[in-house]
Design a protein around this ligand. Structure first.
Ligand code: PSU
Ligand code: MN
Length: 315
């Protein structure tokens, strides 16, 4: 397995020095945001993680290797190439074996982070159960990955292009805990409150670290969804975003969009229909998640469950 991995110098040094590392996905760069904001955001998010005292590792598949940590030029390639494959669990052997360029989704990034020994992963939003999934069967592979792969995923919840209620039901069935950061509610990406409750509320990275460490030390493998709400000043009004999402969903259906194309199509339509305002919110929430992810990686670092619990009690 290790022969498929290639680490950047920065990550090699971090591993050697035993420093906290935060994984970042690349589908958000290639399929989630337009150029040049995608590449600018990727760079800024990496810098936020460095400034907070952790080391960023953006993950992608390049020339037959899973790259853990990318150069500026590689970020640029992912952000500008037209033929970047969106890579989830099922696609990973294909891009590697065929030497294609691949951007990893939440699911694939979790797999690669786990292979590299990275416990914390920061993204914007997770995939989930799509609206109408009872007919389309469209359920993101991200949810199965959360059920099996031990990586803590910091996100701003799930977009309401999804059926958030069914997404939470699915996660419950598969034993995936969902945390609300600083609030009881599970966040809805553009808006801080989805109208659904998270399972557990924590108010600090140390408390979250205590929970995560305890889950894994119990031998309960699998991921954790850490729902970090978008800051109120960057959020979009719920009524506005709800109307736009409804329109985007209608258009997707009319145009027969299916399979892995659904999520990128909806993201692109939402961006156009909000005249870029959704993009500003998207960028702000990813940066906000990067700050929490770095704190979490630092808190988890070298911390036993007991130490974490002690910190939680003080907390
Ligand atoms: N949701 C977003 N932005 C994104 C994605 C989801 O708000 O960029 C990307 C992530 O990489 C996620 C993937 O893992 O889409 C889910 O795709 P699908 O629904 O096809 O599983
Ligand atoms: Mn899908």
């Amino acid at each position: 397995m290790q022969r498929y991995l290639a680490f950047s110098d920065e990550v090699i040094q971090a591993l050697a020095a035993g420093r906290p590392i935060v994984a970042l996905e690349s589908t958000i760069i290639s399929h989630g945001m337009p150029y040049p904001q995608n590449v600018e955001t990727a760079r800024e998010v990496e810098q936020i993680i460095r400034d907070a005292g952790a080391v960023p590792a953006t993950i992608a598949v390049i020339d037959g290797k899973i790259r853990i940590g990318l150069s500026e030029a590689e970020l640029d390639t992912l952000g500008t190439s037209r033929d970047v494959m969106k890579v989830s669990r099922r696609d990973l052997p294909y891009v590697l074996a065929c030497g294609k360029l691949g951007a990893t989704t939440v699911a694939a990034t979790m797999i690669c982070a786990d292979m590299a020994g990275i416990e914390v992963f920061v993204t914007g939003g997770i995939g989930g159960v799509h609206r109408g999934a009872e007919a389309s069967f469209d359920i993101s592979a991200d949810l199965q990955e959360l059920a099996r792969t031990p990586v803590a995923v910091v996100c701003a919840g799930a977009k309401s292009i999804l059926d958030i209620g069914l997404t939470l039901e699915y996660l419950e069935t598969h034993g995936v805990p969902v945390i609300g950061v600083g609030q009881e509610a599970f966040p809805a990406f553009f808006a801080p409150d989805s109208g659904f409750a998270a399972d557990f509320r924590f108010d600090s990275a140390n408390e979250i670290a205590g929970f995560v460490r305890t889950k894994w030390e119990l031998g309960l493998s699998g991921g954790i969804v850490i729902g970090n709400p978008v800051p109120a000043t960057d959020a979009m009004p719920k009524t506005e975003i709800d109307g736009i999402i409804a329109q985007a969903l209608n258009e997707a259906e009319r145009n027969g969009i299916a399979g892995k194309a659904v999520t990128p199509y909806l993201l692109d339509r939402i961006k156009l229909l909000t005249e870029g305002r959704s993009l500003a919110t998207n960028i702000a929430l990813v940066k906000n998640n990067a700050r929490l992810g770095a704190e979490l990686a630092i808190a988890l670092h070298g911390q036993s469950a007991q130490e974490a619990r002690a910190m939680t009690v003080q907390g």
